[in-house]
Write a protein that binds this ligand. Sequence first.
Ligand code: ADP
Ligand code: MG
Length: 300
Amino acid sequence: MSIQVKEVSKFYGKQKALDSLSFEISDAEVVGFLGPNGAGKSTMMKIITGFLPQSSGDVFVNGLNVMEHSLEIRKQIGYLPEHNPLYLDLYVKEYLEYVAGIYKLGKKKKQRVNEMIELTGLGLEQKKKIGALSKGYRQRVGLAQALIHDPKVLILDEPTTGLDPNQLIEVRQLIQDIGKEKTVMLSTHIMQEVEAICERVLIINKGRLVADQASNNIHSIKESHMLDLQFTSAVPQAFFQSITGITHVEALANHRYQVSAKTDVREQIFQMAVSNNLVLIEMKSQERSLETLFQELTRQ
Ligand code: ADP
Ligand code: MG
């Protein structure tokens, strides 16, 4: 188990930012950490990386208690903080050498810096000042510094926020490549990003966990079909039971029914209605978007 978070709460003064949060992340998993602004994502990430103490609860990274081993933990974790603080006056290569120095990479330093420049596609920019780089390239520098000591665990706080569409695709691809070998936890408020990069998604709201599932599972929820039907007379339960794919039926007033299904069952419903002499006078379909699902999950 790479990361274990056990009933962690965090107060800023009287304000509760995390409310008894618990989850685990296995080795080499790529997990999306999703939630609206103010949900507590950055707070949780700062606690996991040892930059902020929790008020209560325990966090373990690679089996070590973060509070007790914060220096050792920092060697095992690569962290890209939310606003990616970089020294804008330093040159890219100079900055990465400086970071490599902090991690005491010794003889491996030069080689490691060059490898990171290669990996993050900074070859042409390495002699530029960080302040002269576009946001996308600054994010690459942030990723390079997070990876330089070859950590097993990467914590990336909104790594793609503020990127233009092309940069977004490139940085996502980079994270996906990195994620093949490492445990990655990345925060975002974009659902599509989780679908594109992550195997699993943790959704938090107001400091509490509201969902923990495989991201392709989220996809199937998204693709579940919702139909509003109206007949001229009551429809027996058996009618809906005979149609495969229907997962839930709610009977409403005036012979209206709300049907949830795993597949598109409109044609079957129509055919069945005809062969059972039931008059279907209305059929409306609504597909739940990821955003709707997200809202449902994070609504109080
Ligand atoms: P997210 O990253 O999901 O947007 P944060 O972890 O930044 O959420 O914030 C969670 C809550 O804690 C918010 O209500 C925020 O205002 C509050 N908060 C964050 N940092 C501080 C701080 N240093 N002092 C006081 N309140 C804070
Ligand atoms: Mg944040």
